[in-house]
Write a protein that binds this ligand. Sequence first.
Ligand code: SF4
Length: 180
Amino acid sequence: MAALTPESGRLSPAFLATFLGCTTSAAWTLDLAQMQGRVAEQSAVMLGSGDPAVLPVTQRFRLAEVRHYVRRAARRLERFATDTPIDLESEPCGHCGKCEWRVTCEEAWTASDHLCRVADISRRQRQRLMEAGNSTLTLLGALEAGRVLGIGAETLSRLVQLARLQCRSADEDRLLEAAE
Ligand code: SF4
């Protein structure tokens, strides 16, 4: 398995891809073991880079190294599936550009006037704004003065300007649609 490579305190996408692939592969292999009555010693995943010109890399790993983790993760997933929170909301991430749910999520973000529609806004800035009661694009655009803990005055002013531009553009789109 690839080495754990923290980047700015986070796990690298390559590590996460390998890790998730191994977990899924191990889960299948353990299911197979129940059906066949025999446990395989190893499993493997083929990891693509997203570039069709580059051949996928095969990573082999020993099931004994991940078995306990996989069982624990499976139990957590089952608990989550039987008691799913009803107020879940998607949060944009680095995978959105390749995700098949992108259209659905974008419609939901538009409908909820989500702060992620502000250009270049970070997840941390959205969190800070929500904690300060500015939970939508419209509320951010209407912010006249004041401070938000964790966001510098200059950055806040830029985000407010961007939110106003986005609101104006959405209003113009609506007027154009109504006129058609
Ligand atoms: S587009 Fe995909 S990756 Fe992005 S938030 Fe929605 S479900 Fe998650």
